[in-house]
Ligand binder design. Sequence first.
Ligand code: GDP
Length: 420
Amino acid sequence: MPVTAVVGAQWGDEGKGKITDLLAQTADVVIRYQGGNNAGHTVVNQFGTFKLHLVPSGIFNPNALCIVGPGTVVDLQVLCEEIVSLEAAGISTANLRVSDRAHLLMPWHIALDRLDERERGRQKLGTTGRGVGPAYADKVGRHGIQIYEVRDEKAFRERVSHELATKNVLLTRFGDAPMDPVTVADGVLAAAAKLGDRITDTLTLVESALAKDAAILVEGQLGAMRDLDWGIYPYVTSSNPLAGAASVGAGIPPRAITRVIGVVKAYSTAVGEGPFPTELIGPQADSLREMANEYGATTGRPRRVGWFDAVAAHHAHRLNAFTEIAVTKLDILGAYAEIPFCTSYELDGATTTSMPPTRILERVKPRYETLRGWSRDLTGLADRAHLPVEARAYLKRIEETVGAPVGMVGIGPEREATLL
Ligand code: GDP
């Protein structure tokens, strides 16, 4: 069985949750390999509509082992709340495990995230304010606390006091209230106690799944344009959504990951700041946003919307080598008679299909082809062959410009509304 990675090929929110939920029906193991609860994967299935923040989208398959991988940063209290709300909806979370090497997202990370955005002022990054950036900063700066450390309560309390000694200086210097180490440690320890032996060494679990040739899915958060190294730095997430990071973040040798599904929306959206060349503004943007219900799953923020950007998706393909592309939300474009499709950028009078770094990307002008729309509702179609000829031509253009075959097409939010 190949290990399959499901990754975002745009700015995030491509619909990875739905694709993972679909593939998870036949998976034995589903692993989240990076990010924290800034993610908001929307899953619509027979159980209802769910917004998952930390729990892998495989949780709806009672037979799949779901792992919050070592590459993530975990707010244990938020994870407990997510478990409670899933259980309340009748979804068993008995098969959920959390890597004991993942880093704790501590309450001070949330405070520092908000403080940092406030101090950046107009240069703000547009983070979700959940503390994910500061948690990764502490991990890299060797101030992070790995989850296994809660097992030694005394040592953990000392770590919390020690870290807060400097964090509190920063917080109070910028007018925030200091945090009490006892209260902070109590909260985290209580959440850890609720999770009990779900907190475990996940390497052993993954290793034995690989040995049994089990079907393993690894699920990324956000997309290539928000990758820490290859995205629009500094308007990026603090980890690597690219499939390459799945190896480290899930604990799977790189040679094992042989299928990489790049998820793209049939148009583009972005949440947060930073360059977005094909962005629409004004009434055109409002109408696409409303039709497509483009509001953030975590924050409810209105998403920025624009036309499909093949330069961005091709950039993602160059870095991920997609074995296939999943195109979501094709149904939304049924509203247009003509659809602009960006195939290249104009930069200082020349044409390029290469993704330039951020400050240069801010200066490019998208070059569009106009593709014919199908002006039809796609609801209920059961076969790709039944798609209108214009819709098939649109998909063909995605394949040609991005460089990989389209393996799946979404024509509605429900799990079944996916043509294979
Ligand atoms: P993710 O973070 O990549 O999983 O993406 P989000 O969940 O934030 O955003 C995707 C949104 O599109 C969700 O509201 C999904 O229910 C919805 N969605 C996914 N695929 C389709 C599709 O093919 N058609 C329609 N209309 N909606 C879809």
